[in-house]
Design a protein around this ligand. Structure first.
Ligand code: OOG
Ligand code: MG
Length: 272
């Protein structure tokens, strides 16, 4: 039989995938940055998704519930900002949800950034290799979201395998009100403001030309791991603009053309 061990197993590093899942999960829990995993071991993207899955199981064991998926690097703007050129996904849990107009406690994060995204909710499950039309047909409603990403790696620097193992920097998200889906989700202007300052401006077309393609791709990537997008799940289709570092005491507002708006405020600076 051919050598079927993954590069990770062959590298002979003592830490198992379960150990690495605990490492990234603890870093997220304690808001403590860690060194990139790939600086001291070989990790394939497949290994990284195993670590991600195992870290999400730890969240579930603590009582969190998976409520959806986020796609990453679906726009050139994001891929260029982070130097990673491949689509990724990560899981969203109920614990990551912040109410619209609520407060994001910055002490929960290491070096959080915000990005405006189109979010969708599925009316039916989606699996396999759906067409763009099938993907959009599975969507029940849409809203504008602000994703708060927070890499657990020092200086927000990572390789593809590192970021995947870290649940693709999933950290928190705020959702606007759900509205009827447009016939075509492409070409909608999307903006984000910090106070009165416009800090990000793009179009939903930045997301793979059409966010429905990001949805179809997410379904296909999950299928490759024998998983699926469930009815009732939420998906963040990916940042349409570069992400912007959060600061204390700032009101963050995003809007998407014809879809609505969403806001939150960051906690005040802690006096020294
Ligand atoms: C990885 C997550 C990317 C997006 O929308 O492209 C992402 C990161 O940039 O830390 O959420
Ligand atoms: Mg994102």
């Amino acid at each position: 039989m051919k050598n079927r061990k993954s590069s990770f197993e062959r590298s002979g590093n003592a830490a198992t995938k379960t150990d690495l899942a605990k490492l990234v999960d603890d870093a997220a829990l304690n808001a403590q940055a860690i060194e990139q995993l790939t600086l001291s071991r070989e990790l394939s993207v497949e290994d990284a998704y195993d670590i991600q899955f195992s870290s999400v199981q730890r969240r579930i064991a603590r009582g969190e519930k998976i409520i959806g998926l986020k796609m990453g690097f679906t726009s050139r703007e994001k891929a260029e900002q982070m130097g990673v050129n491949e689509l990724i996904y990560g899981y969203l849990t109920d614990n990551m949800h912040i109410d619209n107009a609520g407060i994001a406690d910055l002490s929960r994060f290491i070096h959080a950034r915000a990005e405006p995204e189109l979010a969708v909710k599925f009316g039916k499950e989606l699996r396999g290799d759906p067409s763009l039309d099938e993907a959009w047909d599975a969507v029940e409603s849409v809203t504008v979201a602000i994703e708060i990403i927070d890499s657990r790696y020092r200086d927000f620097k990572f390789s593809l395998a590192d970021v995947v193992a870290d649940n693709s920097s999933s950290s928190a998200f705020v959702l606007g009100d759900w509205v009827e889906k447009p016939r075509d989700p492409s070409g909608l202007a999307i903006n984000m403001r910090f106070g009165d300052t416009l800090v990000a401006h793009g179009s939903t077309s930045n997301v793979m030309g059409n966010p429905a393609i990001a949805i179809a791709t997410g379904a296909r990537m999950l299928s490759a791991r024998n998983q699926q997008l469930d009815a009732g799940w939420v998906m963040l289709t990916g940042g349409a603009t570069a992400a912007v570092a959060l600061k204390p005491g700032v009101r963050v507002v995003a809007d998407a053309e014809g879809v609505g708006r969403v806001a939150f405020t960051t906690s005040a600076a802690v006096p020294h």
